[in-house]
Design a protein around this ligand. Structure first.
Ligand code: URA
Length: 258
């Protein structure tokens, strides 16, 4: 005969009860032992109330807690946006410039034990490119966002070296051939915004794609900024080098058409 789980245990599982030690551990505050130590030493407060028992259980989802006075909120998976500044590489092991990962707080960098499965950039921007960069530790999300199959439009603001003209815009829209692939790549949208500037929308992300497309029409990129992914625009109050958690609305707007 099949026995049913008591209603109470079902509810508790659905509410995602976790010990304080495990909450800190999953959020990147160190090994389980280090996390227990932080709690026992009185460095952790939950909803403003100090808690010194690492085994104390809380509903993890949305839990607000502080560690050494810094406020945090529990996130089962990390979904972030970063305003990437110029002069940073999107690599964990940069060759010349500092890594964008140094712009994130240590616990976010250390989620997943700081392993390769931790927070990663969703695609890459060049060292000198600025703008909207997404990061996550959700492998499926990273795959979906990076897959050319999903055609998530990305809007770039391009500053060119030479005056932009209609002929160049038409070529970008019709398609240009890049050196490594005979199949032409085209902009999903392209509009001139000033003498030297244009807004270019791409649905794929080949290596140096914007720079190579602009070079293919006889111009040159002097400045590149990613302003939008899907319908998610880089917020005007997020300064270069700053990051924030994505809201549920942000996540929905990424896959919506802009
Ligand atoms: N295309 C480029 O050429 N560089 C970037 O950083 C992004 C898109």
């Amino acid at each position: 005969m099949r026995t049913q789980a008591p209603l109470e245990s079902v509810t508790i599982r659905a509410m995602n009860m976790m010990t304080l030690q495990d909450i800190l551990y999953t959020q990147g505050f160190g090994t389980r032992r280090v996390c227990a130590g932080l709690v026992q030493q009185g460095f952790v407060a939950v909803a403003g109330v100090p808690c010194t028992d690492p085994a104390m259980e809380f509903v993890a989802d949305g839990l607000r807690f502080s560690v050494q006075g810094v406020l945090w909120e529990y996130h089962e998976k990390a979904y972030l946006m970063l305003h990437k500044p110029a002069g940073y590489e999107c690599s964990q092991k940069p060759s010349t410039y500092p890594s964008i990962y140094t712009l994130l707080p240590a616990p976010i960098r250390q989620r997943g034990g700081g392993a390769a499965a931790g927070v990663q950039a969703v695609g890459r921007l060049d060292q000198d490119t600025t703008g909207l960069l997404l990061l996550s530790d959700d492998g499926k999300f990273i795959h979906r966002m990076s897959s050319p199959k999903h055609h998530v439009p990305k809007v770039y603001e391009v500053t060119a070296k030479h005056a932009v003209d209609d002929k160049q815009i038409q070529k970008l829209l019709v398609g240009v051939v890049l050196d490594d692939d005979p199949k032409p790549v085209r902009a999903a949208a392209c509009a001139q915004t000033s003498d030297l500037q244009l807004s270019l929308t791409l649905t794929e992300g080949k290596y140096h794609q914007v720079k190579r497309m602009i070079a293919a029409v006889g111009n040159r990129v002097e400045g590149l900024h990613r302003a939008r992914i899907g319908a998610l625009a880089l917020p005007t109050d997020l300064k270069p080098g700053e990051w924030r958690w994505l809201t549920a609305q942000d996540l929905a707007s990424i896959s919506a058409k802009s």
